[in-house]
Design a binder for this molecule. Structure first.
Ligand SMILES: [Zn+2]
Length: 368
């Protein structure tokens, strides 16, 4: 089993800036700091996992590649802002001087991961990129996201490798609005988002948003109440995601892999541990083995807990590489011993409601 891995030091040079707190509160560094991503990379190396991975060198996505999703006017606006020293490129998203190249490199990191998997050079791949992408819209950035990394990678798979049916599972704690929008009328891309109900963006990620036109049924939202953890996430994967994948029969599975459902994340109120991410990855890999020859590409999204995001991400990549380093997430035991961790009735209700939608997923016949 070989797993490709993408990282570039320049991803840490992206400048998201400070969190707006109003004029009365002292400015404070925003949660999307370089440090968290560097610490993820660091743990992957110090754990010994790094030596088991195939290093994939990212490249900058071209304008043509970016424009598969984004309005050319927006692409030019990001470039101009980057050249002018940086600033806002949408809602709650900024870049610094040279930020265009870093954002294009993050997209390109996901594209090379797609190439490596679809050309059979690796079995699967994890792209640890920054800035994140799943909130980015066609003509503006949003929520720390400049360009739609995962959506662009899926479009690249289609344009370059002639892969038609792609499933994208987004387990970032926030709703994957940009990815949902990109494929809302497309029956050949199944988008599934598991997220904290009512978090970000506002009014997005509702159960009733199921796609439109020919794409109706190919979008599933699984909004979970704050406080959901290991059991709820696994139930969502087993009762909703896996049946939907089986019905859809993708040729490639992608994960928008935010780890901000971690119990320590400042931007989420969920209770997942590294063991949750390990189990979810294990289940998705089983589906990939069953349906599409194991072809799986994960693109990193959010995750803002400097002391916990590294453990969560490590467990995902370990699982993809079918290995264990022996690194333990101390939070996992603490959470498992917490009362109320078993599946709660309101969680079951939310998951059952989403499970009912899986029967409307457009069926496919593709197989490995
Ligand atoms: Zn997020």
């Amino acid at each position: 089993m070989t797993t490709g891995f993408v990282w570039d030091e320049r991803f840490a040079w992206h400048q998201q800036g400070t969190m707006p707190l109003g004029s009365d509160a002292e400015p404070y560094p925003g949660p999307d700091t370089p440090e968290t991503k560097r610490r993820i990379y660091s743990l992957i190396q110090t754990s010994g996992l790094g030596s088991d991975l195939v290093t994939l060198q990212p490249r900058r996505a071209s304008d043509t590649e970016l424009q598969r999703l984004h309005d050319p006017v927006y692409v030019e606006r990001v470039r101009a802002m980057s050249d002018a020293g940086g600033g806002s490129v949408g809602e709650t998203v900024s870049i610094g001087e040279g930020g265009f190249d870093i954002a294009a490199l993050a997209v390109g990191g996901c594209l090379v991961a797609i190439d490596a998997v679809l050309e059979g050079r690796v079995n699967n791949a994890y792209a640890l990129v920054r800035p994140a992408g799943h909130h980015a819209e066609i003509s503006r950035g949003r929520g720390f996201c400049v360009f739609g990394n995962v959506a662009l990678a899926a479009l690249h798979a289609r344009a370059t490798h002639h892969v038609q049916r792609i499933a994208i599972l987004d387990w970032d704690v926030h709703h994957g609005n940009g990815t949902e929008d990109a494929f809302y009328t497309d029956p050949n891309v199944l988008t599934v988002s598991i997220h904290q109900d009512g978090n970000y963006p506002e009014q997005r990620g509702r159960l009733e948003d199921r796609g439109d036109g020919a794409g109706y049924g190919a979008n599933i939202n699984i909004p979970l109440a704050p406080g959901s953890g290991h059991e709820a996430y696994l139930a969502a994967i087993e009762r909703v995601v896996q049946p939907a994948l089986r019905r859809f029969r993708p040729e490639l599975i992608m994960i928008a892999s935010g780890v901000d459902a971690s119990a320590r994340d400042p931007l989420g109120r969920m209770l997942c541990s590294a063991e949750t991410f390990r189990s979810m990855t294990d289940r998705v890999m089983a589906s990939a083995d069953e349906l599409c020859g194991g072809r799986l590409v994960a693109c990193h999204e959010g995750g803002y807990a400097p002391t916990h995001a590294p453990f969560c991400t490590l467990s995902i990549v370990e699982t993809m590489a079918r290995t264990r380093t022996g690194v333990i997430d101390a939070m996992a035991t603490r959470l498992a011993n917490s009362p109320g961790h078993a599946l709660q009735p309101w969680q079951t209700e939310a998951i059952d409601a989403a499970a009912n939608l899986a029967g409307d997923v457009p069926t496919g016949t593709a197989s490995s």
